[in-house]
Write a protein that binds this ligand. Structure first.
Ligand SMILES: Cc1cc2nc3c(=O)[nH]c(=O)nc-3n(C[C@H](O)[C@H](O)[C@H](O)COP(=O)(O)O)c2cc1C
Length: 184
């Protein structure tokens, strides 16, 4: 079982990263291999709409840090993706990554990924209301389902300050369960 982690928070002590790490570390304890990418530490552009991935080439042709990450996801069994909510959406870092996954589609929006991959989407927001920004996860899950991923999610609301989510035993336990489910 190979897992790729893609982290969208720029914070060193990040709530979304803490949950993603719990998922990934639990899976690793059960024998999974994992590689984690902090998007804020990579140099990459947003999708250039060059359609270079839609002709002879079925991979992203941009020459920056992201094609390696995209290739690793193609080879992996699972993707764990985490982000803070910024202005009612995922962080800019994560949105640029998501746009670059366009290379996972062929010219007819058919997935190029092998079936059976698992996907866990983790999202943390400062606003305490469960109703506010409830649209974000389902909106992106639609596309990851089109890629063929079996999707699950974890959402934490009401966490403004860095790292505080780690004190919520229930959320950390759910993250642990998700890590176990990845490997089972
Ligand atoms: C630029 C910026 C925009 C934000 N926008 C929102 C927002 O629209 N709604 C919200 O509930 N929280 C918002 N927040 C708060 C973050 O979602 C919150 O601090 C979260 O815990 C960050 O997750 P992280 O620790 O993983 O980075 C914003 C924070 C920043 C820095």
């Amino acid at each position: 079982m190979k897992i790729v982690g893609v982290l969208g928070s720029p914070r060193r002590t990040s709530n979304s990263t803490a949950l993603a790490k719990k998922v990934i570390d639990t899976a690793k304890e059960m024998g999974a291999e994992a590689e984690v990418f902090v998007l804020n530490e990579l140099i990459f552009k947003g999708c250039q709409a060059c359609r270079g991935c839609k002709g002879e080439n079925d991979h992203c042709i941009l020459n920056d840090d992201l094609p390696e990450v995209l290739d690793k996801i193609r080879e992996a069994d699972a993707l764990v993706m985490a982000s803070p909510v910024y202005f009612g959406d995922v962080s800019g870092q994560l949105k640029r990554f998501i746009d670059r996954t366009y290379s996972f589609f062929d010219d007819g929006f058919i997935t190029r990924l092998a079936p059976g991959k698992k996907f866990i989407f983790i999202l943390v927001q400062g606003n305490p209301s469960e109703e506010v920004f409830a649209d974000i996860i389902p909106r992106y899950e639609t596309f990851f389902r089109m890629y063929g991923f079996d999707t699950k999610s974890l959402r934490a609301t009401g966490y403004q300050d860095a790292g505080l989510v780690a004190e919520n035993e229930e959320l950390m336990k759910r993250a642990e369960e998700l890590g176990r489910e990845l490997v089972q």
